[in-house]
Design a protein around this ligand. Structure first.
Ligand SMILES: NC(=O)c1ccc[n+]([C@@H]2O[C@H](COP(=O)([O-])OP(=O)(O)OC[C@H]3O[C@@H](n4cnc5c(N)ncnc54)[C@H](O)[C@@H]3O)[C@@H](O)[C@H]2O)c1
Length: 250
């Protein structure tokens, strides 16, 4: 208990899937939560859950691809809690299409949310983190930001960009005492993968060479996010935390 006591943690896409689990675990460990998402109903329900546990949380409706929204979210967080210590750039979308099927619109949709959304987050939390004397930024990439797979080119490009952008931010923000790391989940059972996980053959194919032959539960990634949010990871920056059941080991 208390591994992130009183830290203000901003989690994007916190209404569902892994983001929701990150919110619940961070709150359990003492964090004050700013949960943002496009999905207002589910976001507010998760905030109520945190409050029901005795925690503190606010919901802000937010499209991570909108720079204006980011300015509004940072203002709302600082107004509610006075600072931002941790940013989890979690919101993301997946389009599974071959390169030939991928349209310019698909490419922009995925990259505007996954890549530009993470860039806006890093850029616009800087003043608040600087004021707080430092912070930890956690960018959610993927194994698809490391290794190739069929039919996910726009997504892979976006997650590869998040991976190297993380290193660039780590170098640039070191002088502000801000650590920036990326997390690379493997196949995780969320709404993003629900159709695949419902089909054993598709699951097996998606697991590729993973040594642990099952999709992970969202919380198995949240433990890594908690570690990076906490001071336990104080010597880590520009790093890649891979949580993939051995997918990239083979
Ligand atoms: N599920 C997996 O197997 C897997 C694997 C590796 C990486 N990831 C990454 O982990 C992150 C979370 O994925 P998930 O599986 O929990 O997804 P999910 O689809 O279950 O949840 C994503 C959440 O993000 C929100 N969201 C979508 N677009 C948004 C936007 N423009 N602005 C704000 N919120 C938005 C959705 O409303 C939803 O609540 C994503 O970045 C994803 O790419 C997922």
């Amino acid at each position: 208990m208390g591994r992130v006591q009183d830290k203000v943690c901003l989690v994007t896409g916190g209404a569902a899937g892994m983001g929701r689990e990150h919110v619940l675990l961070l709150a359990e460990e003492g964090a004050r939560i700013v949960l943002t998402d496009l999905n207002e109903e589910a976001g507010k329900a998760t905030v109520d859950e945190v409050k029901g546990m005795g925690g503190e949380a606010i919901f802000v409706k937010h499209d991570v691809a909108s720079e204006d929204d980011w300015l509004m979210v940072v203002d709302a967080a600082v107004e509610a809690f006075g600072k931002i210590d941790v940013l989890v750039n979690n919101a993301g979308v997946l389009v599974l299409k071959s390169i030939q099927e991928t349209t310019a619109e698909d490419w922009d949709f995925v990259n505007n949310i996954n890549t530009k959304g993470s860039f806006f987050g890093v850029k616009h939390v800087l003043p608040a983190m600087e004021k707080a004397g430092g912070g930890s930024i956690i960018n959610i990439s993927s194994i698809y930001g490391i290794a190739g797979a069929p039919s996910a080119s726009a997504y892979q490009a976006s997650k590869g960009a998040v991976r190297t952008f993380t290193k660039s931010a780590a170098v640039e923000y070191a002088s502000y005492n801000i650590r920036v790391n990326s997390v690379h989940p493997g196949v995780i059972a969320t709404s993003m993968t629900a159709e695949i996980v419902a089909d054993p053959a598709a699951t097996d194919a998606m697991l590729g060479g993973a040594i642990i032959r099952r999709p992970a539960e969202p919380k198995e990634v949240s433990w890594g996010v908690l570690f990076l949010a906490s001071d336990e990871s104080s010597y880590m920056t520009g790093s890649e935390l891979v949580i993939d059941g051995g997918y990239t080991a083979t």
